[in-house]
Structure formats: structure tokens, C-alpha cells
Design a protein around this ligand. Sequence first.
Ligand code: ADP
Length: 319
Amino acid sequence: MADAAKTPPKVVVVGSLVFDLVARVDRRPGKGETRLGTDFGMFPGGKGANQAVQAARFCADVTMVGQVGDDFFGREMIKSLHDHYVDTRFVHTDPSTTTAVGCITVDETGDNSIVVVPQANMKFMPAQAENALNSLLLPHTLLLQLEIPLETNIKAAVTARSKGWPVILNPAPAQPLPDQLLRYVDYLTPNEIELGAITGSKPTSLAEYARAAGELLSYGIKGVIVTLGEQGAMLVTEDESTLFPAFHVAVVDTTAAGDAFTGTFSVAMAEGKPLHEAIVLANAAGALAATRSGAQPSLADRDSIEKLAVDAKAPRSII
Ligand code: ADP
């Protein structure tokens, strides 16, 4: 815990807040059909908010920048962030729209159908992100995902770069990305599918992931960390392609494993930890998130992550 006792590093997340409504049912209804569900839950989520909570659980001083509607879901989202000690001064409430919701139906085999209605997230404008970042006086590490408008992400990245702040992009959900964004990214954390979408390829082997990730370094990105689920994560820089094996855990639900990974990675980097150490910690956080169901409730605290990280297997070089 020695590191956590120092002044906490500052991380700012510009990103999404989504309220998930999860209904369990024996069989998902067909067209025109109504079925009685067996269980229901409401959970604050969204990649931005999840990563902010994980960064806070890993003991960073976290500010969330984003937007909700003036409704019950928005107020619950803000309350949940507060409960995790995330600064919500820059979570704007827009009365002209509604908070993003995810309507999720899970059947008894575990298969799901999801409708996400992005609403307030997609109305979060570049100037709002820029103003929020310019209001932060001390240096921060900026953490981005792709659930808000691309122009807003670009403006946030450009603003952070102009202040000399590091930019970490978790490019999820998968989509091609313009040069104007990639040029301002220091570290990129795609999964295999996102890596394929960005590079316009379909990599399937470790060597192909390494090659595809290597292409992205030409944008000036210092490191691409490809998350590979139960295989772990691969670091690709100008100097190396290295696989960090996953931790063996009893997997219950991998929801938010990617958010746990990037949230933890960003704090470790903001603390100035060596890249390899940051990836081992992020791997441990991702594994722990896979051992519990749900998104934010599955995000582990720093002690648990550090304890698991001690048992990391040696990384190996990928040619
Ligand atoms: P995403 O959910 O974004 O696709 P991944 O599935 O690659 O992301 O998971 C992110 C990280 O979480 C992985 O790099 C790994 O560290 C950890 N992780 C995910 N699934 C498992 C698993 N089954 N066992 C151990 N660790 C896992």
C-alpha cells in the first residue's frame, strides 16, 4: 500500500454514463410477445463511469466529465460516482435530454439482448469537454473511450496534449478511428476486435495482433496494449511485443473486465510505474472483475489487485 499512501495521481475521464436495466427471463420474447421475467436489477454503468470507478478504487483522485439527463437515472448515476469518491462537478445535467440507458434481457442460458439508447452521452459537445479540462489546474492523465461523439473525444485529446497531459484511449466499442484522434493518444488499449476495426484487418493470432498493433505506433502512440481476455494482454511498443499471461481465476461474468483493465492501467501509469508493472496490475484487475457479476460492483479494490498481481506469470516475447 506504500504507493497508495502517497499523493494520489489525478485522472480525468471524459466519457459515457449509462444506466443499465437488466431483466432476467426464461426465454427472450419473440415479436409481439410478452413474457414474465424472473428477476430485475438497475445498475449504474457506461464505459466512462465504470473506468472512473475502477480508477478511484485503485486510489486515484478521479474527475468524471460527461452528461446525464434531468431524471432519476441521472441522479442515481451521479450518486454512485459520489459513493466511489469520484468528483462529479463536471457531470452536466442536460434538461433537454434523458440519461443514457441500456435495456438488457438475459435468458436462462446467459445469452442476452441489449438496446442502448445513448441520449445525453451523444449530446455531449466538444466545447463542454474543453471547458471542463481547462478548469482543472493541476496535471491529470486523460482517459477516453468511444461512447461519446468522436469530435468530443478529439477535442478532449487535443486539449490534454496542449497541456502536456498523457492521453489513454480505450477504443471501445469497436469502430475505425480518424488520424486526428490517434495522433493525440499516448497509450491505446483495444481488445482484438477493436484492434481489427482500427487497422481495417482481422488479426487472429498473437503474431498478427503484434503486427497490427505495431502499425499504430506510426501515429506516435507510445504503446498499444491489446487485451486478450483469458489469454491476458499484449504490449506492443517500438522495442518489444510482449505477452502478459492472464491470471487464473474462477470466471463468473467478464462484464467490465476491459474497463477494470484500462481504469487500473491509467492510474498505474499516472503514478509513474514502469509499463510492465502497470500491465500486470491491469491484468489482475481485469481478472478480478471477471470473478464477480455486474459492472461497477465487480470492480476490485487496490489491495485485492496488488495481492493477486504478486502471483503474475512471467511475460514472454512474441516475434
Ligand atoms: P473486453 O471485455 O474489453 O473485450 P477483455 O475480454 O480482453 O476485454 O478483458 C480485459 C482484461 O481482463 C484481459 O486483458 C485480462 O487481463 C482480463 N480478463 C478477461 N477475461 C479473463 C479471464 N477469463 N481470465 C482472466 N483474466 C481475464
